[in-house]
Ligand binder design. Structure first.
Ligand code: SAH
Length: 484
């Protein structure tokens, strides 16, 4: 099999998160083809061949998989890369994701452990409580679009007003905002030329109360600003609720000015055009204030299943000091607080830490302490010692230099919640070298139709005498087997 040659084969399995393993009849070798479904017959071209590892680019699905359900798909499928498994039946998606994570953990774990399968998302559709849409076009010079990026494209934006994973209210709002700017044209912000006005539409919705936050994000261009009628925009959004087109209600409308060159949603200035820039969410009986930019799990009901699983893995924390590292709005910390001595949360985003403190007060919890800062640095300054550690890092996992510091606390048990299992598998190797072993693992599907899945694991220390030294060089850690 050589580069540039075209083959046809059957997808034997898909490894996490989207690596299809395709076998070609009469050929010994397997080829990795991304964005396919187990059981599909596919035609692909070999585009990489290195050290016995071959990769192919999908050209065509020649035969559907038996897993593919007959259902109405959203109009942006498959060009939008958001839901690559949208054609697959939900039970098959769950089985595939559980198998992917089990294979990853099996190869990373040096001990037998209990794999407890996967929990489904309580809401199969419309589960997302937050979405960031971009303004753009779907071809150079085309009409204004508002939606998600075309798969593997930095520039093309596809309008999507029938997305099945966001709350249906979002589709109504996207459609209305797009119409509004079709009638009152304003240019989108061009990422190369750095000119234009409209950047993003950020929508958030409380699953518990139906409160909706609408954020229109623009540049600060003074000329275009004169043409943007903030009041008319506000009234247009409020009219959606008045006319009964939304099931929730508009809680806040914000105009965010963002002049940064990076393609991220952030604020240089926030103008509240209506209401307030936060809403309340209820999770496992506790109240949480969620502000425009603070982290909150995007599938609220799914997050309850996740936190409940984590609580079950954590077990009895009576009289214990718990560290909740990467604590976000303090959800896990506050779920644990009533049943332990003290919880210390560490979170890098200041605004999120403020929300966590506010939430703890709101819930009448006095034994939570939230520290703003990088886990890597904060651990050096903390005088408290934990009896239990909960880790819930972002997608990249834990900084390699923070891991030895965590190991050095020598707590008996650690619960690690991961939104990217390959990062978990990498960190697990270091934790194992530090004397921990994997005991239990369970997946929770917070993201039906997409390639993502959450994993919760329980790790137990082996009570070794010497752990990894705190100031151990990371490269050294890679090279040397750590002395136990
Ligand atoms: N446990 C929380 C949040 C988990 S998401 C919840 O379930 O709601 C991961 C969080 O880690 C995010 O809030 C992110 O802002 C934070 N974070 C990312 N890098 C960090 C770092 N180096 N130190 C501390 N917090 C960090």
């Amino acid at each position: 099999m050589k580069r540039g040659e075209i083959y046809e084969g059957t997808v034997e399995r898909v490894d996490y998160p989207n690596k299809g393993i395709v076998r070609v009849r009469d050929e010994e070798e397997q080829v990795i083809v991304k964005n396919v479904i187990p059981g599909q017959k596919v035609r692909f071209v070999i585009n990489k061949s290195k050290a016995g590892r071959k990769e192919g680019r999908l050209l065509e699905v020649t035969e559907k998989s038996p897993s593919e359900a007959d259902r109405t798909l959203c109009s942006a499928f498959p060009d939008c890369g958001g839901c690559i498994y949208q054609t697959m039946s939900y039970p098959d998606q769950l089985e595939m994701k559980a198998g992917q994570i089990k294979r990853l953990l099996d190869s990373a774990s040096d001990h037998p452990y209990e794999f407890e399968g996967i929990a489904k998302s309580p809401d199969r559709f419309g589960y997302r409580n937050k979405m960031e849409y971009s303004f753009g076009d779907d071809r150079p010079g085309g009409p204004l679009t508002l939606g998600l990026h075309r798969k593997a494209s930095t520039y093309d934006v596809l309008t999507c007003t029938d997305c099945v994973i966001v709350h249906p209210d979002f589709n109504v709002i996207v459609d209305a905002v797009l119409r509004c700017f079709a009638e009152n044209p304003l240019p989108y912000f061009h990422k190369i030329r750095h000119e234009g006005y409209l950047r993003h539409l950020l929508l958030r919705r409380s699953a518990s109360y139906g409160d909706i936050l609408v954020h229109i994000v623009t540049t600060g261009d003074k000329e275009y600003e004169k043409q943007f009628d903030e009041e008319a925009f506000r009234d247009m959004i409020l009219e959606l609720e008045k006319s009964g087109r939304l099931s929730g209600h508009i809680s806040g409308i914000m105009h965010i000015i963002n002049d940064s060159l990076a393609d991220i949603v952030r604020s240089d200035e926030t103008r509240i055009l209506f209401g307030k820039d936060y809403f309340m969410e209820k999770v496992l009986g506790l109240d949480f204030k969620v502000s425009s930019f603070s982290f909150f799990q995007t599938n609220t009901r799914g997050a309850e299943v996740l936190y409940d699983t984590a609580r079950n893995y954590i077990g009895d924390t009576r009289d214990k000091n718990v560290f909740d590292l990467y604590s976000g709005t303090g959800t896990i910390a506050q779920i644990l607080a009533p049943a332990c001595r003290k919880v210390t949360g560490v979170e890098i985003v200041e605004e999120t830490v403020e929300s966590a403190r506010y939430n703890a007060k709101l819930n009448g919890l006095t034994n939570c302490d939230f520290i703003a800062g990088d886990v890597l640095k904060v651990l050096d300054d903390l005088t408290d010692k934990p009896d239990f550690i909960v880790l819930d890092p972002p997608r990249d996992g834990i900084h390699p230099k923070a891991l030895p510091k965590i190991i050095d606390y020598k707590v008996d048990n650690i619960v690690y919640i991961s939104c990217k299992a390959t990062s978990l598998a990498r960190d697990l190797k270091v934790l194992q070298e530090g004397g921990y072993r994997l005991v239990r693992a369970k997946c929770i599907d917070l993201f039906p139709d997409s390639q993502h899945v959450e994993t919760v694991v329980l790790l137990r220390g082996e009570k070794v005498d010497s752990y990894v030294s705190i100031d151990l060089d990371v490269k050294e850690l890679d090279r040397k087997k750590v002395k136990r």
